[in-house]
Ligand binder design. Structure first.
Ligand code: ATP
Length: 234
């Protein structure tokens, strides 16, 4: 579904991604783990067109997308749920969800998808008329995921969905990721919570200072001594 081949990404003189290659197959949950500053968010931003690689290629569903604008990329089904949730604080829950569907014109289907988001996250239904800035962190994360789903992603990029949430909510967010995947959406999940991410993912990539240093089936990486020491805290 997604093929990233040897990309280099810079912020001015900072070489943030160094020859990164990665692939995601349809139906998978793939997780990208790595310490702060490893380049995980940079990779997602490059996939969704917010950054342009200096070299290398990105192919999504058989088409080259590197350097295309973010709108064109979303319309092909590659949708980014950003780090820090980035909900529109002065808009209601419902308005945020409507914005997720801004490229769509199928109004009846948009309504249905909004109802599906409310079924998945009943707390958003209770708060549908509330300003999003007044929601708790966990509710804002649900809204950010719901808003991304409103674009009908084929591949959903999730950047640190569990960040800053209490343990019960973290568990709920990871359950949600699994459900979304079981219902047919492919997921590329960036996480610092390697422990949980490796439990829901099929495969994983480890990024260190802009390079992929390890990749393999998630259950195998969870057993590797290197990963245990560096990322799992035991
Ligand atoms: P985090 O979990 O902290 O977001 P990350 O693995 O997602 O970490 P990135 O945010 O992708 O890491 O950052 C990769 C590197 O690029 C870091 O060295 C970071 O300082 C640098 N970087 C990120 N954004 C910018 C920017 N806008 N301008 C300059 N350098 C940046």
């Amino acid at each position: 579904m997604l093929n990233v081949d040897n990309i280099d990404v810079y912020y001015g003189a900072i070489h943030a991604l160094k020859g990164v290659s990665l692939e995601v197959n349809e139906g998978e949950v793939v997780t990208l783990i790595g310490a702060n500053g490893a380049g995980k968010s940079t990779l997602l931003k490059t996939l969704s067109g917010l950054l342009k690689p200096k070299s290398g290629s990105i192919t999504f569903l058989g088409k080259p997308i590197a350097g295309e604008n973010p709108t064109a990329i979303v319309s092909q089904g590659l949708v980014h749920c950003p780090e820090g949730r980035r909900v529109f604080a002065n808009m209601t829950v419902e308005e945020n969800l409507e914005l997720g569907a801004y490229l769509r014109k199928d109004h009846a289907e948009i309504r249905k998808d909004m109802e599906a988001v409310f079924t998945r996250f009943p707390r958003l239904l209770e708060r549908r008329k509330q300003l999003s800035g007044t929601l708790s962190g966990g509710e804002q994360q649900m809204l950010a995921i719901g808003r991304a789903l409103m674009a009908r992603p084929k591949l959903l990029l999730l950047d640190e969905p569990s960040m800053g949430l209490a343990p019960l909510l973290v568990a709920e967010i990871f359950r949600t990721v699994e459900e979304i995947n079981k219902q047919g959406t492919t997921v590329l999940l960036v996480e610092q919570n390697a422990n949980q991410a490796l439990k829901v993912a099929h495969r994983a990539y480890v990024l260190e200072t802009g390079k992929v240093v390890l990749t393999g089936p998630a259950d195998e990486l969870a057993q590797s001594d290197e990963i245990k020491m560096a990322y799992l805290g035991h």
